[in-house]
Design a protein around this ligand. Structure first.
Ligand code: CP
Ligand code: NVA
Length: 297
């Protein structure tokens, strides 16, 4: 059966560990020699497009990036037929979409792996890169405490799942109405994960080894920016908040960042920030995930 990566828990914890190990192989077998990977974008991207294109090149393949309006999903033809067509020429398909269901439909139709390059619900390649960055810093993952501060975004959902699968404790500090649903918390706890939800940033961050945040208004929510800026008052990650974390704690942010909103410039550009290592790890994550998926029977 063709394996896809639409969300982190498509992988078992041991498969996730194998993927992380594969990401650390910087001289991988040219699994894509003479083959293409189609990358489809319904939303803008800098990191994901470039890191995934370069990962394909590192595996000996050729990336073909397609804008959503060129593919015409559910306009010119169905998402299923776009996926079936791309699978005629490519060894894998990556897609960044609004509706997560679009990815599920593509994966259901394609006979090659489909990789989620971000949907409204999830961002698994970011989560893999974040675990790599945490492991780079601490030398291990198990037993660390990760605090998420702000909006419980697509990035938060995937990172939470990745963190619990890797043995981290997860603290989610989100304003009322912007935290995880009960279903999402149950999914995080499904494998026995240690997860606490609160509505105060300082409570989430207390003693944490890793502090993570994301924009207050994700792509597609720009029209809610003013309302959200008010709702998230007090949730800016700044040096004073980071002082409440464990000594040696690091700050992650998937980027793009809004300095002065979800993160203070002094924190994002300060000594505890690892955001550029994190961005670099996006390429290693994409290479490891593609290489692992392509060798699954
Ligand atoms: N972090 C991330 O996915 O960035 P882009 O939106 O630029 O791809
Ligand atoms: N939550 C953000 C992440 C961007 C990489 C968004 O979806 O816009």
């Amino acid at each position: 059966m063709t394996r896809h990566l639409l969300e982190v828990d498509d992988l078992t914890p041991s498969e996730l560990a194998a993927v992380l190990a594969r990401c650390r192989d910087d001289a991988p077998a040219p699994a894509l020699a003479g083959r293409g990977v189609a990358l489809l974008f319904e939303k803008p991207s800098t990191r994901t497009r470039h890191s995934t294109e370069m990962a394909v090149v590192q595996l000996g393949g050729h990336p073909v990036t397609v804008r959503a309006d060129e593919a015409g999903i559910d306009g010119r033809e169905t998402a299923e037929d776009v996926a079936r067509t791309l699978a005629c020429y490519h060894a894998a398909i990556g897609a960044r979409v609004f509706a997560h269901r679009t990815l599920e439909r593509m994966a259901g139709a394609a006979r090659v792996p489909v990789v989620n390059l971000l949907s409204d619900d999830s961002h698994p390649l970011q989560a893999v890169a974040d675990l790599l960055t945490i492991e780079d810093e601490f030398g291990h993952l198990d037993g660390l405490v990760l605090a998420w501060v702000g909006d419980h975004t697509n990035v938060a959902r995937s990172l939470g799942l990745a963190a619990v699968a890797a043995g981290l404790s997860v603290r989610l500090g989100c304003p009322p109405g912007y935290g995880p649903s009960e279903v999402e918390v149950d999914r995080l706890r499904a494998g026995g994960g240690d997860v606490k939800v609160c509505d105060r940033a300082v409570e989430a961050v207390a003693g944490a080894d890793v502090v993570v945040t994301d924009t207050w208004y994700s792509m597609g929510q720009e029209g809610e920016a003013e309302v959200r800026r008010r709702a998230f008052e007090g949730f800016t990650v700044d040096p004073a908040l980071l002082d409440r974390a464990a000594p040696g704690a690091i700050l992650l942010h998937c980027l793009p960042a809004h300095r002065g909103e979800e993160v203070a410039a002094e924190a994002l550009d300060g000594p505890r920030s690892r955001v550029w290592a994190e961005a670099t790890n996006r390429m290693h994550a994409a290479r490891g995930v593609l290489s692992w998926l392509l060798e699954q029977p």
